[in-house]
Design a protein around this ligand. Structure first.
Ligand code: HEC
Ligand code: HEC
Length: 284
């Protein structure tokens, strides 16, 4: 067995062998303008924030991938957003209601909702992600079946609701009853996982801007989620991305919807406080 200090040295070596300086950046100064509206993709970090500058993941993508997000006609996510728009007004469940029956127009009723997620729910006495709110309406108010986390129906609805906050700054509450979740999320962020013994911070705080294999490392921000990935040609949820990143360190992982991932979501949302919501974004 290795001692802890030796293990750390090995992990550092492993990461050192994986990362390298990028051969070429996409235009570092480029602005993200979606359908003519300018997004805040570079935000000054407040006092006590672990980063100097808060940067959207869009900055780190290739010109081609970046371009797909600048116009909704080119953004492949919108096929799924349209499906969710249909689901929004479709009656389901024993109560004979659709989302629209109670909430009316999605653009009006859901504006700003995503920007504050996840948030503490007083009644449930728990930290809830957007998925929790959607499923509680489905089961309690519609008497319909819950949707599975990180699956197509749910991800599409999260994208439709998220889109209504596009351009608004991420602004989660981390004090009061949310504080204990924030602390737990922070702990997970700095925990080294797997055989590679890498934490989120090792890649997304210490090495953003560098290449890891063929990938240009970003700060791992979640302001664009759910995100359409060219790799799997579908929407990907925040928790599915967390799961994938932990799996890449060859570790066992938490499940989408778990208390751990909701806490981590709150902490990561705070790391991106002030960035414009870009939902639904496009990534490699
Ligand atoms: C029978 C009425 C009813 C139906 C049907 C319903 N909701 Fe709700 N929903 C509510 C009420 C009431 C609340 C809590 C009060 C509020 O925040 O608006 C709520 C809250 C929410 C919230 C949290 C809003 C926030 O600001 O925190 C979301 C998101 C949501 N609903 C989405 C949906 C979706 C998606 C559907 C359809 C799948 C749906 N709801 C169906 C009544 C309903
Ligand atoms: C071994 C390095 C590594 C570790 C450890 C790692 N990630 Fe990642 N992560 C990546 C790579 C590579 C990508 C894809 C390129 C990019 O956006 O940075 C990525 C992407 C992401 C994204 C998507 C960013 C966007 O703009 O779409 C999020 C969010 C994310 N990671 C969060 C996390 C969290 C939270 C952890 C810890 C649980 C973590 N990552 C651990 C390598 C890592």
């Amino acid at each position: 067995m290795f001692k802890a200090s030796q293990k750390l040295a090995i992990a550092a070596l492993a990461l050192g062998a994986l990362v390298s300086a990028p051969a070429a950046w996409a235009d570092e100064e480029a602005d993200l303008i979606i359908n003519g509206e300018k997004m805040d993709i570079r935000v000054e970090a407040p006092e006590g924030h672990p980063l100097d500058e808060i940067l959207s993941g869009w900055i780190f993508r290739t010109d081609e991938t970046q371009a797909l997000e600048t116009d909704d006609f080119d953004n492949p996510s919108f096929i799924f957003v349209e499906q969710a728009q249909e689901a929004w007004s479709t009656v389901e469940g024993e109560a004979g209601k659709s989302c629209e029956s109670c909430h009316g127009d999605v653009a009006e009723s859901m504006k700003g909702v995503r920007a504050a997620m996840p948030k503490y729910n007083e009644q449930a006495k728990d930290l809830w992600s957007l998925e929790n709110y959607i499923n509680s309406c489905r089961t309690e108010r519609m008497q319909a079946k819950p949707w599975k986390w990180a699956k197509a129906d749910m991800d599409a609805m999260v994208a439709l609701i998220g889109l209504q906050s596009r351009g608004m700054p991420m602004s989660v509450k981390v004090d009061g009853p949310a504080a204990e979740y924030f602390k737990k999320g922070e702990e997970i962020y700095y925990t080294r996982f797997g055989q590679l013994e890498l934490s989120c911070a090792n890649c997304h705080e210490d090495n953003y801007g560098n290449m890891i294999r063929a990938d240009h490392l970003s700060q791992g921000q979640i302001n664009g989620f759910p995100t359409y990935r060219l790799k799997n040609t579908k929407l990907n949820s925040i928790h599915a991305r967390f799961k994938g990143c932990i799996r890449d360190t060859r570790a066992e992982t938490f499940s989408p919807g778990s208390e751990e991932f909701r806490a981590l979501e709150l902490y990561v949302a705070w790391r991106g406080q002030g960035l414009s919501i870009e939902t639904p974004s496009v990534r490699q």
